[in-house]
Design a protein around this ligand. Structure first.
Ligand code: FPP
Length: 229
């Protein structure tokens, strides 16, 4: 693919794990386990394709508040495993991670695991996997506004963006949502202003590298005008 038409930053709303599990008479949390395996594969594929940032929606503020406790516990279990075991492979290949969201309310051991993993992440990485955990776009904007108010004076786009969780990460060029729903669900609310959107009916654990490539091909064919005529 023409590198000029490749998105620098792709966001993925990994929807459909629960339905995928239900179809197989499995508990929902097992759907998330298969989802995590697919996320690991997709990150490798995205890196090989030349994408620089991949942001994955692991848990929204709404998920944390509204999902049954055992499903949330299952997700914490996956987070513990990913950030103590799987992440090492990513670091060994020179890739980095960043966590966005309010992790302060998570169980203490999970906070420590996430902070340690971020500290161990290489400083200058060619590819960064960004994890949205207890993330909400509205909350991120409100936090940034409060930080700006505390600082005093006014903000412009550059100084405001630096106050968001994503400070330093370019805006997403493409946002993919799997699982058939056509909405953004509080994902990268500020940053998605000019993102191209791609919706797939495929449930996330089945969202193969080839399905991801279809989204890239679709993106490459779009004309991005950013308000120009
Ligand atoms: C939405 O599907 C998915 C989530 C709430 C969790 C996504 C998490 C992962 C894919 C893996 C986690 C990765 C790490 C690193 C721990 P859903 O449950 O809403 O599916 P449904 O719409 O079919 O019910």
């Amino acid at each position: 693919m023409d590198k000029g038409k490749l998105p620098l930053h792709v966001g993925v709303i990994m929807d459909g794990n629960g339905r995928w599990a239900k179809k197989r008479l499995m508990p929902r949390k097992l759907g998330h386990k298969y989802g995590m395996d697919r996320m690991i594969g997709l990150a490798e594929h995205a890196k090989k394709s030349g994408i620089k940032y991949l942001t994955v929606y692991v848990m929204s503020t709404e998920n944390l508040a509204r999902r049954p406790e055992d499903e949330i516990e299952g997700l914490f279990g996956l987070i513990r495993k990913y950030f103590t075991v799987n992440v090492k492979k990513l670091f060994d290949c020179g890739s980095g991670i960043k966590i966005i969201g309010d992790i302060s309310v998570l169980p203490k051991d999970v906070i420590k695991i996430l902070e340690d993993a971020e500290k161990a992440s290489p400083e200058k990485a060619e590819f960064t996997l960004v994890f949205a955990i207890n993330y909400g776009g509205r909350r991120e904007i409100i936090n940034a506004v409060n930080k700006a108010l505390l600082r005093g004076g006014s903000v412009d786009e550059n100084s405001f963006e630096a106050l968001l969780y994503t400070g330093g990460v370019p805006d997403p060029d493409l946002i993919i949502r799997t699982g058939g729903e056509m909405r953004l669900s509080n994902f990268l609310t500020y940053q998605s202003a000019y993102a191209e959107l791609y919706f797939s009916d495929v449930l996330f654990p089945d969202f193969s590298d080839a399905e991801f490539d279809k989204a890239l091909t679709d993106f490459a064919a779009r004309e991005r005008r950013f308000g120009r005529a």
